[in-house]
Design a protein around this ligand. Structure first.
Ligand code: SF4
Length: 248
């Protein structure tokens, strides 16, 4: 593991669920990014016609999953009418449909669909979070917003101590590399190019970083991302999880 990531965390696995709940409460009340606070609340008030009977979540969306997960999946941000409506990451939109179907097929999720917070979905050995916890306009967070939100990612990583981080898309990939850079594990992101299926050659003994194209509707509908591509990446991750810990 990258010691820098974990140095401040007391490793007591039975405390993890409780510590994650404390962090979750903190995330949910965050208002650090004025532009995103305004947008998430405006969307929640105006709603989309198809969801007019919903009470939108309209707040930051915390991470979700198994508190003892070895696989940490990092997405970009909540979708305005997806997670910003349902309050659970990748829940209620097409990206989530694709992702959870893939996770279910490979044993990381209890069911292939993710419709709302009380639909019974549980994750097995996996945890999903977003680099930015509030829905951004046009799905494009500003660098300052990514920076504001990075502390939550760092704290989740410190609590979970995953063996593998799967970055969904380049922004998530860069967000994770920025965590390593800020902690002195790497000097720059430049050496670590993002591509689907790539396993980054990172220094140290921290989590393996794996890349996958984001399961956005744009990617899945055009065939740039297919279920077979995700199955392959997730099978590779199963292999990585089965390997002994990396040595420094
Ligand atoms: S994006 Fe993150 S830091 Fe910004 S308001 Fe939302 S939760 Fe807070």
């Amino acid at each position: 593991m990258h010691d820098a990531i974990y140095e401040s965390t007391h490793d007591s696995s039975h405390e993890k669920p409780q510590q994650l709940r404390i962090l979750e409460k903190e995330i949910i009340t965050c208002r650090k990014c004025p532009r995103l606070v305004e947008y998430r609340e405006k969307v929640a008030q105006e709603k989309r016609r198809a969801f007019r009977d919903w009470t939108y979540w309209g707040r930051p969306v915390p991470g979700f999953g198994d508190p003892h997960a070895e696989l940490f999946i990092l997405g970009l941000a909540p979708a305005a009418h997806g997670a910003n409506r349902t309050g659970r990451v990748f829940t209620g939109d097409r990206s989530g449909d694709f992702l959870y179907a893939a996770l279910h097929k490979t044993g990381f999720a209890s069911q292939p669909t993710s419709l709302h917070r009380d639909d019974g979905l549980t994750l097995n050995n996996s945890f999903i979070a977003a680099a930015v916890r509030c829905a951004p306009p046009a799905n494009k967070p500003l660098p300052s917003e990514l920076l504001n939100c990075r502390g939550y990612l760092e704290r989740e990583l410190a609590l979970l101590r995953p063996k593998v981080v799967l970055a969904l898309g380049k922004i998530a990939w860069d967000a994770y590399l920025d965590v390593l850079k800020s902690q002195g594990v790497i000097a720059s992101r430049a050496k670590f190019a993002f591509a689907h299926g790539t396993v980054a050659k990172l220094p140290g003994a921290g989590p393996r970083l794996v890349g996958a194209y984001h399961p956005s509707q744009q990617n899945t509908q055009t065939g740039r991302v297919t279920p077979a591509m995700y199955a392959k990446v997730l099978r590779r991750i199963r292999q990585l999880l089965a390997e002994p810990p990396q040595r420094k």
